[in-house]
Design a protein around this ligand. Structure first.
Ligand SMILES: [Fe+2]
Length: 308
C-alpha cells in the first residue's frame, strides 16, 4: 500500500512524490504546472499518477526546476520527461556539467536503484512505480539558470533563482516572493524528526553552508521546503527551522572536531554518524550515507585547518 500521497500545502502548492524524496508542484496563475526537485525515479512515477489525480493537463506540465545534481534530486526527471515531452528541465550550469558525467551519474543511479528497494521495503512505493531503466543514466538540463534569474510565470508570479553553495557547488534555491515559498532542498541540512536529529549536508564546505543559511534565512517565507521528509509551514516555524539548522551545524562540526582530537579516525566518526542518520532515514543505503558523513568530517577538519 502506498502510505503517503499528495500533501496540499496551500491551494496552489503541493508536495508530490514521496515524503522521503519529494517533488513540489506549483500551479501558476497562468495555468502552468511547475515542478521543483527532480527526486528519485520512483518519486517521478508517483508524481505522474498524482498529477493525473489532481486533474493537471499534461500540456500544463511545463517546467522542472532542478535544485542540484545529486542522484536523489535528478532521476525522477526521467519518467517525467518521458511522459511530458514538452517539459523544460532547468538547472545550474554546474549541475548541467555534472549531470553529463557518465561515471558520476552511473554511481548515483546504483544508489537510486537501492533507494527504490528501500522504499519498497518500507511500503512507501509499490511495484508499479518501478520504472524501466534507460540504458544511459544521464539526464540533461535543457535550460541553464543562475543567481539573479527569474522563472517567469505571469504578473507578480515568478520564482527567483538563488545560488546556494556548501551542500554542492551546483546548488540552487528557489524563492517565490508573493507566495512566500522557499524551496531550499539540501542547502541547510535535513531535520529527521523520527530520530530527533539532523542529517547535516555540508558536503562541499562548512563555511559556505553557514553563509548560505545566513542568506536564505533572511527571506520572508511562510513555507520552506527542505529536500527530504518535512515541509515547514508558518513564519515562526520557518524561523525556528533556521535556528535549529544553525545549532545542528555547529553541533555536528564540534562533534567531529572533538572526536578527532580524542583519537577517533575519520572513518570511525563517519560510520557512527551514518548509523544515526540511517535510523531516522532508512531510504538511502547505509553505506552511501556513511560515505557522505565522511565528507562532513573532511570539511570540518579543513575548516579548522586540522591535518588529517
Ligand atoms: Fe543533495
Amino acid at each position: 500500500m502506498v502510505t503517503d500521497s499528495i500533501l496540499s500545502i496551500t491551494d496552489d502548492f503541493f508536495r508530490l512524490g514521496s515524503q522521503p524524496f519529494p517533488i513540489f508542484l506549483y500551479c501558476a496563475g497562468n495555468g502552468d504546472a511547475v515542478l521543483l526537485e527532480g527526486s528519485v525515479t520512483v518519486s517521478g512515477v508517483m508524481c505522474i499518477e498524482q498529477l493525473q489525480s489532481l486533474g493537471i493537463e499534461p500540456s500544463a506540465v511545463s517546467r522542472l526546476l532542478i535544485t542540484h545534481s545529486h542522484g536523489d534530486h535528478v532521476f525522477g526527471a526521467v519518467p517525467l520527461r518521458d511522459t511530458y515531452p514538452e517539459l523544460e528541465i532547468m538547472g545550474s550550469a554546474r549541475a548541467q556539467e555534472k549531470m553529463a558525467d557518465l561515471k558520476l551519474m552511473s554511481m548515483f543511479r546504483d544508489v537510486d536503484d537501492q533507494s527504490t528497494e528501500l522504499l519498497k521495503q518500507a511500503g512507501i512505493v509499490e511495484s508499479r512505480h518501478v520504472y524501466a531503466r534507460d540504458e544511459s543514466p544521464l539526464v540533461s538540463v535543457d535550460t541553464v539558470i543562475a543567481e539573479g534569474d527569474r522563472v517567469e510565470l505571469g504578473p507578480d508570479d515568478f520564482f527567483e533563482v538563488h545560488f546556494a553553495p556548501g551542500h554542492s557547488d551546483c546548488s540552487l534555491s528557489f524563492y517565490h516572493p508573493s507566495k512566500k515559498l522557499l524551496v531550499i532542498s539540501d542547502a541547510a541540512g535535513t531535520p529527521l524528526t523520527a530520530c530527533n536529529r539532523w542529517w547535516n549536508l555540508y558536503f562541499d564546505g562548512y563555511a559556505q553552508v553557514l553563509e548560505t543559511v545566513d542568506r536564505l534565512s533572511r527571506f520572508d517565507a511562510d513555507v520552506l521546503c527542505p529536500g527530504h521528509m518535512s515541509v515547514i509551514q508558518g513564519r515562526d516555524a520557518v524561523q525556528a527551522f533556521w535556528d535549529d539548522a544553525r545549532q545542528a551545524l555547529a553541533k555536528c562540526h564540534q562533534h567531529i572536531i572533538d572526536s578527532f582530537r580524542t583519537g577517533r579516525t575519520r572513518r570511525e566518526i563517519a560510520e557512527a554518524m551514518g548509523l544515526g542518520v540511517y535510523e531516522g532515514y532508512p531510504y538511502t543505503p547505509l553505506k552511501f550515507i556513511q560515505k557522505t558523513c565522511s565528507m562532513l568530517t573532511r570539511r570540518s577538519l579543513e575548516y579548522e585547518e586540522i591535518e588529517y
